[in-house]
Design a protein around this ligand. Structure first.
Ligand code: ZN
Length: 164
């Protein structure tokens, strides 16, 4: 990776770290989780609010409170940007794309159309110790969303969970 691209990625991460989007815990919500990355000391408390949309369940809001390194905090900001307002199925698909990027050891070319500012974490994927930092809030979101779906889904919603 070129130094220029590295610098750009670092700038994006720093920007989200300094000015996190959607931060703070909000009501209403269907589920709340607390996830910890002990290797770095990152922590996130995250709430998910789902709503019925035209094509099934929608991610109405994701709110969170986080402490930890710049990568974990910037990642929470980027994640919230990417999933809020999306159908849950599409958000899960974005989650999967980000996961594949982070597990790609720096060999996966990031898809900017899908990941937007999330491409900035492509550089982080080369450092196994930092991958958990970048994934913390994404894992918390998936956990909370899965819980919210199983709690708020009577007969109407298809509780298929992992349908990928
Ligand atoms: Zn960290």
């Amino acid at each position: 990776m070129s130094t220029e691209l590295d610098n750009l990625y670092q700038e994006i991460i720093l920007d989200h770290y300094k000015n996190p989007h959607h931060k703070g815990l909000r009501d209403p919500f269907e589920s709340e989780v607390h996830h910890v990355n002990p290797t770095c000391g990152d922590e996130v408390t995250l709430r998910v609010h789902l709503a019925d949309g035209p094509s099934g369940a929608m991610v109405q809001d994701v709110s969170y409170d986080s402490v930890g390194c710049s990568i974990s905090q910037a990642s929470a900001s980027v994640m919230a940007d990417l999933v809020i307002g999306k159908p849950v199925d599409e958000a899960m698909s974005i989650h999967q794309t980000f996961l594949e990027l982070m597990q790609g050891k720096g060999q996966v070319e990031p898809d900017e159309d899908v990941l937007e500012d999330g491409i900035a974490f492509a550089g982080v994927a080369k450092f196994p110790a930092r991958v958990k930092c970048a994934l913390l809030s994404w894992m918390a979101w998936k956990d909370a969303t899965t819980q919210a779906r199983s709690d708020t889904a009577p007969a109407v919603t298809d509780v298929v969970g992992e349908n990928r």
